[in-house]
Design a protein around this ligand. Structure first.
Ligand code: PHE
Length: 404
């Protein structure tokens, strides 16, 4: 059967009812923007890596952290979720949030997916950098592919407490109380929290300047406890920079580590680059246009580039209205993917502008406004109409909706 398999990065996978990767999404694999010289995402990545190289050195003056930036984004469900204690019922696992290759494999939703395997391989201080894939809405700050950097730092008792024999990492307990894992001593958690926060405030300052205003917000991740988000004040708004926390001990035990505790964090590169260089639209990172790329051509990691919009081409807005299929399994993310596949990168935004249920027929109607804008030229209404019509036709055919 010609349609029963799918090839990704040279490997063959059987399709099943989970398969929802699209050829459009697969076309982003191996672009590797985060290692493309002078690409703004690579500049940000270099800045962060340099900060870790400079801040953490061994007695010989060599960097302690090692960097992994070419691990394939195809991961197993075990890597992306199970190894991180993400419950089977957790919403981040659903088909409407992830790009599944089949029920066993997916495009990673975070670089944290590699945490357990690298610890198992014997590493105790590392950075993982790569492309991650999430089904999401469409606007100037969301794109189904973006880039993350994750870090892990483990400590033995002697490293953390400088050989002070009085202090211990562990005590008896296997649950959570007072916002802390009961298997950890209070002194170990507090010292680790202090070191983690000091490291990340230093990172924020090295990116956005010594005077950057920040605040810590308590949060929850399935794989850390306690957990925090670091927010930065940026033009009167609080911007979430990263998530972090003390690693859940069972992750380490499962990976064969019984005498260490550690911290971890994860951060999105696009968000940092957009603020740092004042890049207004997330699609620009994928531009191959010299008008964009040349502005970063001579930059080093420390150069302060301010992106200048070459010219702002006009938007074109077209609405699409349809009755949802009667079987009720319509999901907006399916529609967004279809719009991306058919419309490609000229789609700037898709917004649900109206939704109602017909009083008699009980059918649900959705109206979406699709905003089209090309990054490098003016689109004509005729060009847009052709694409828009194709989206209507495919939505009717593939999603079973009835165009109104
Ligand atoms: N994986 C988390 C995310 O994608 C970030 C994170 C990494 C948080 C490591 C805590 C520890 O949002």
């Amino acid at each position: 059967q010609a349609n029963s398999g799918i090839e990704v990065n040279g490997n063959f996978y059987l399709k099943d009812e989970y398969t929802n990767v699209t050829p459009k999404i697969l076309s982003y694999l191996n672009r590797n923007l985060h290692i493309q010289q002078n690409h703004p995402l690579c500049l940000v990545r270099d800045r962060i890596v340099n900060y870790f190289y400079k801040s953490y050195k061994n007695s010989r003056g060599n960097p302690i952290f090692s960097v992994y930036d070419n691990i394939s984004p195809v991961v197993s469900v075990q890597q992306n979720f199970d190894s991180l204690l993400i419950e089977p019922s957790h919403p981040s696992r659903t088909k409407s949030d992830c790009y599944y290759i089949n029920n066993n494999y997916l495009l990673r939703g975070h670089t944290t997916a590699h945490q357990s395997e690298l610890i198992q391989a014997g590493l105790d201080s590392f950075l993982v950098i790569g492309d991650v894939y999430r089904r999401d809405e469409i606007d100037s700050t969301h794109f189904p592919v973006f880039h993350q950097i994750d870090a892990v730092r483990l400590h033995t008792r002697d490293q953390l407490f400088k050989n002070n024999d009085e202090l211990q990492l562990f005590e008896l307990g296997d649950n959570v109380e007072g916002g802390k894992q009961t298997c950890h001593t209070l002194e170990a958690v507090k010292l680790l929290e202090h070191q983690l926060k000091q490291c990340l405030v230093g990172l924020a300052q090295s990116l956005f300047g010594k005077d950057v205003e920040y605040r810590w917000v308590e949060t929850q991740f399935p794989f850390t406890c306690p957990s925090w988000e670091l927010e930065l004040k940026y033009k009167d708004d609080w911007l979430e920079l990263l998530g972090c926390g003390i690693m859940k001990q069972p992750i380490l035990t499962e990976a064969g580590v019984v005498d260490q505790i550690g911290w971890a964090f994860g951060l999105g590169l696009e968000r940092v680059a957009m603020k740092l260089y004042q890049i207004p639209d997330i699609r620009l990172f994928w531009s191959q246009d010299s008008g964009f790329l040349n502005q970063f051509k001579t930059a080093t990691a420390d150069t302060n580039v301010v992106y200048k919009t070459v010219s702002q081409f006009p938007q074109c807005k077209n609405d699409i209205s349809f009755w949802l299929a009667e079987n009720g399994d319509f999901n907006s993310n399916d529609f967004y993917d279809l719009v991306r596949t058919v419309g490609g990168d000229i789609v700037e935004q898709v917004n649900l502008v109206d939704s109602f249920v017909h009083p008699k027929s009980k059918q649900t109607s959705h109206c979406y406004r699709i905003t089209y804008r090309h990054m490098e030229k003016t689109l004509t209404q005729e060009e847009v109409n052709l694409v828009h019509k194709k989206i209507e036709d495919e939505a009717a055919e593939k999603l079973g909706v009835k165009i109104r």
